[in-house]
Design a protein around this ligand. Sequence first.
Ligand code: DQA
Length: 146
Amino acid sequence: MVKIRVFNGPNLNLLGQREPGQYGQRSLSEIMQELESFADSCGVGLDHLQTNSEGVMVDAIQQAGRDGVDYIIINPAGYTHTSVAIRDALLAVDIPFVEVHLSAVTSREPFRQVTYFSDIALGVISGFRGESYLLALQAILNRIEP
Ligand code: DQA
């Protein structure tokens, strides 16, 4: 069975309360539940982790390498614009990944228009609120289905 792991970075545990105009009204657990059901219905294994810590994210990405994860969906949140360490972890495990954002990062402040991930990602999905994750999963399914 294809294994997909989803990583969510800092402050995404506050979805629903946090700047709903940017990030939508739904909580992270609602969004992840919907994503897991979609994955289930398509016969792929999907699990997820949210952390506010850069080191925990790096360790978890290394663990994904040892666990034989096939694809990663990652929203590095604030670390998108700063983290060489998370980028290096993704390069080290060499697991193909889709970068996801709820908001349209390229239409926001200049510092958000710089991402440390997009040049090494399979692709970037940004601006569709919680639906961005479903679109990322669909993009992966399209690659694995004959
Ligand atoms: C975000 C965009 C980032 O700029 C921001 O720091 C986040 C969330 C998004 O999903 O739109 O925390 O990654």
